[in-house]
Design a protein around this ligand. Sequence first.
Ligand code: SAH
Length: 252
Amino acid sequence: MPATPAYPPHSAPRLFVDEVLSDGIELRLGGPQAHYLANVMRAKPGDAIVLFDNRTGEYLGQVTHAAKRAVTVLLTQKLREREIVPDLWLCAAPIKRARFDWMAEKACELGVRRFVPVRTQRTVVDKIKPDRLRAHMIEAAEQCERSSLPELGDLTKLADLLAEWPEGRHIFFADERIHASGEGSFRKALVAHDGPAAILIGPEGGFNDEEGNMIRAHPSAVPVSLGPRILRADTAAAAAVSLWMAGRGDWN
Ligand code: SAH
């Protein structure tokens, strides 16, 4: 007896729609989403599609009309509520654009709840393009089947970030200078520190001494090592988030 295919088929396109969705409504998708569905995915009436709104949840829809500029979809079933991902923030200094875009995409795939760009002394990139970062995270969420998008914080100066830091949220401070001291075992830090967390990653040139001291002086700071090799900031971010997700997140 052939197994009944899981419905919706895994191949069903999955799109984020920035409006409140509910079961039974018919909505019109225009612009790039219509182009993608009609021209790239060759959607036609009757095809299944999955939509999520980052507010109420994720829905199964059926294409009712498909044309180059507009595709209409009838939502036939609520598949699941908007998920609550693990309470981990990734706070990172902006690095070269393509790599920072990559970091935002990985933060989404790996399950980060909030992505906060942090301005530090040696940050080479002095402004970020929030819309680009958001677009990368939306695309990542569509691909990795998240039904909630990461929050995107404003570019925040390190001193302000620390001054306004929320009570009770650990800051796992990735410090490439402590490995030799034998301090900073991430594994031990994860065992010792449960609850809401953040990972703090510096720019290509690292934090300067004053910043390092300022971070270490913060009561929530937990300096951690990511091993004896100097990782690129984007590698460090992906590695640290993965470690936390495996130890304290939802990778169980
Ligand atoms: N100062 C480094 C470059 C910084 S790497 C140099 O001498 O070239 C960019 C950021 O990645 C660092 O600020 C740190 O947050 C993180 N990072 C890189 N390697 C790391 C390691 N082995 N342990 C902990 N954090 C690391």
